[in-house]
Design a protein around this ligand. Structure first.
Ligand code: ZN
Length: 364
């Protein structure tokens, strides 16, 4: 199934944030898929449900993501700042996570005069998207094809005690650990194919294993991470690496770390295939993942418009081949998968996820 909900899409310009993110991206994909499934009803990847309908299918009600779910992953001081009655704490963390103040102290891609909503109100959308990612996982575990694609979300850069790279909280790890806490999963794979390294996820898993993260960690549970990303693009650019603290993101490697340099796109698919094999080999003998969360960024696409994703230039065919490789790998092993749309900037960012889903529909 597919989760699409217009009400949780963040229109960043409403908050004065000037990023090249097309708010219409998810709507465009849903509309195009909708017309396809109408002409061929019942075809995989299945129904498109909004959050309310998804909750109903899963028999859940109310606020899905609670403060305790975030406390399981992020530091107490950071969560206190986000939920404080004093909005200045949240405002400061949002300005930092979305890089809205430059090194010179002046606004960066930020025009508060043009905002029609207060910046702290963005937190509600972020929590709703976090809920959507978790619900995609929950749906993948129980739906017939064990596949769910969430047309939003993907905040994978947020770290233990701070936001980063347009990510305030790390919804990927929050979803994984919530599933584990509820007994829905023990071993979780995270397969991150966004152009930017899944640096926050790697840090949080590292901290989890070393006992830094607060909250109980359930026995025999683990999260294994794979990230294939630009070798030198943010957060692995020279300046960010120079300022990075030892033992913190982005210096912490994922369990399977696959940097791809400029010009190495022809080797991308074979390296990803090798990486998936390594991920499987790292999984404890006799154990198998209960679910894979795929951070399915479209920003490696050659027509992506974010300057920081420019070092990676996959063609549309390569993007679809990438997704089909991951899909077939998981499907052949009967591993349920939740796909989170993640990065993708500019007017053509809808194309990779749409063509992947359309390929699945045609192949059913
Ligand atoms: Zn990205």
């Amino acid at each position: 199934m597919i989760i699409f909900d217009d009400t949780i899409v963040s229109v960043f310009s409403d908050y004065g944030i000037m990023l090249p993110i097309a708010a219409s991206r998810a709507r465009k994909i849903a509309d195009k898929l909708g017309s396809f499934t109408t002409s061929a009803p019942g075809h995989f990847p299945g129904s498109i449900l909004d959050i309310k309908q998804t909750l109903s299918v899963l028999g859940k009600t109310g606020d899905v993501i609670k403060r305790s779910d975030i406390e399981r992953v992020h530091s107490a001081a950071y969560v206190n700042a986000l939920f404080s009655d004093n909005p200045d704490g949240l405002l400061k963390e949002l300005l930092n996570a979305y890089e809205l103040i430059g090194p010179d102290g002046k606004p960066n891609r930020y025009e508060p005069d043009k905002a029609v909503k207060p910046l702290p109100a963005l937190f509600d959308k972020i929590l709703a998207q976090c809920a959507g990612s978790y619900l995609a996982c929950a749906a993948a575990l129980v739906t017939e094809r064990h596949f769910c694609y969430f047309l939003a979300g993907g905040n994978h850069h947020a770290r233990y005690d701070t936001g980063a790279g347009f990510c305030l909280i790390n919804e990927i790890i929050i979803a994984a650990r919530k599933l584990q806490a509820e007994g829905g999963a023990r071993i979780v794979w995270i397969i991150d194919v966004d152009a930017h390294k899944g640096c926050g996820s790697a840090e949080l898993v590292s901290f989890m294993r070393s006992g830094v993260n607060p909250g109980p960690f359930e026995k025999n549970c683990d999260i294994l991470t794979l990230s294939i990303h630009m070798a030198r693009g943010w957060p692995l650019d020279a300046e960010t690496l120079r300022n990075a603290a030892p033992g913190r993101a982005p210096l912490i490697p994922s369990d399977v770390e696959i940097p791809v340099d400029r010009g190495e796109e022809p080797f991308y698919i074979s390296r990803l295939g090798d990486g998936l094999d390594r991920l499987e080999q790292l999984t404890p003998p006799g154990a198998r993942p209960d679910i894979a969360i795929v951070v399915d960024g479209a920003d490696p696409y050659e027509h992506d418009e974010l300057s920081s994703s420019a070092p990676m230039r996959l063609s549309l065919e390569q993007c679809v081949e990438r997704d089909m490789l991951v899909y077939d790998f998981l499907r052949s092993r009967k591993i349920p998968s939740a796909w989170i749309m993640a990065g993708g900037y500019g007017e053509r960012a809808w194309e990779p996820p749409y063509h992947f889903l359309q390929t699945l529909a045609r192949g059913s």
